[in-house]
Design a protein around this ligand. Structure first.
Ligand code: NAP
Length: 248
């Protein structure tokens, strides 16, 4: 389904990004693996080995997507190695939760810088390539809380709501060049990011999910595959909710 394509997936050493990388690779896609922290170097190498066994090629690029030059370098390295970038998944994201009265300015800034500016930085670098190719699939990882809000997450919700606005604007800007831009709004997915929630918090969240369970990374990877493939060719500017029915 993705045979011979090249996908850059930001934040792909763990959680949702890793699952998307394996899903794409299993269908023939070459993968550019990205991460930020030194500690993730081993994860990146292990993932690369796992993916190469599927018969595709990988490139590992350590880059902080929040840094304009590093994001540019990530995309340039991908183009250098594979000659093109067919798919960009803006997945890298962080949380720094707190009630606004306790939230530090730097916690607001760092979340916006990674989740929103990071996506912009990668889009800035990849758009000229995709425009030239007259082909591209962009998938932005938003969140259900970017649509409905969540106490204790003004920074995170603002970043994800911003990402949704960015998705729609860019979809309108570059749609005529055969480039689709969509967002996924996951609900609560079992990853390192949600492991930090207390049992009480989890119980409260569960009571708001009609399907009465948390999602898993595969649930998100399946939709990312759809949006990264030819099966979604006539879909752009959309936010696909994968949240067990939380927002409807
Ligand atoms: P995760 O398990 O915490 O993994 C996050 C990944 O992003 C890691 O590979 C991390 O690498 C990378 N990353 C973080 N900051 C980065 C930066 N500045 N530059 C490059 N890479 C960076 O998170 P996840 O739960 O899989 O979440 C993935 C995406 O889905 C995020 O955008 C998140 O907001 C969104 N989402 C998650 C949920 C959920 O319930 N899990 C719900 C809605 C939306 P390093 O560790 O090396 O920094």
């Amino acid at each position: 389904m993705l045979k011979g394509k090249c996908a850059v997936i930001t934040g792909s050493t763990r959680g949702i990004g890793k699952s998307i990388a394996i899903k794409y690779a299993s269908l023939g896609c070459n993968i550019v693996i990205n991460y930020k922290s030194e500690n993730d170097e081993v994860n990146a190498r292990e993932l690369s080995d796992e993916i190469c066994k599927l018969g595709v090629d990988t490139l590992i690029v350590k880059a902080n997507v929040g840094d304009f030059e590093e994001a540019k370098n990530l995309v340039e390295k991908a183009k250098e190695k594979f000659g093109k970038v067919d798919i960009l998944v803006n997945n890298a994201g962080i949380t720094k939760d707190n009630l606004i009265i306790r939230m530090k300015e730097e916690d607001f800034d760092s979340v916006i810088k990674t989740n929103l500016k990071g996506a912009f930085n990668c889009l800035k670098a990849v758009t000229p390539i995709m425009l030239k190719q007259k082909y591209g699939k962009i998938v932005n990882m938003a969140s259900v809380v970017g649509v409905v809000g969540n106490p204790g997450q003004v920074n995170y919700c603002a970043s994800k709501a911003g990402l949704i606005g960015m998705t729609k604007s860019l979809a309108k800007e570059i749609g005529s060049r055969n480039i689709t831009v969509n967002a996924i709004a996951p609900g609560f997915i079992d990853t390192d990011m949600t492991k930090i929630l207390s049992d009480d918090q989890k119980k409260k969240i569960l009571s708001q999910i009609p399907l009465n369970k948390f999602g898993n990374v595969e649930d998100i990877a399946n939709v990312a595959l759809f949006l990264g493939s030819e099966n979604s060719n006539y879909i752009t500017g959309q936010v696909i909710h994968v949240d067990g029915g939380m927002a409807m």
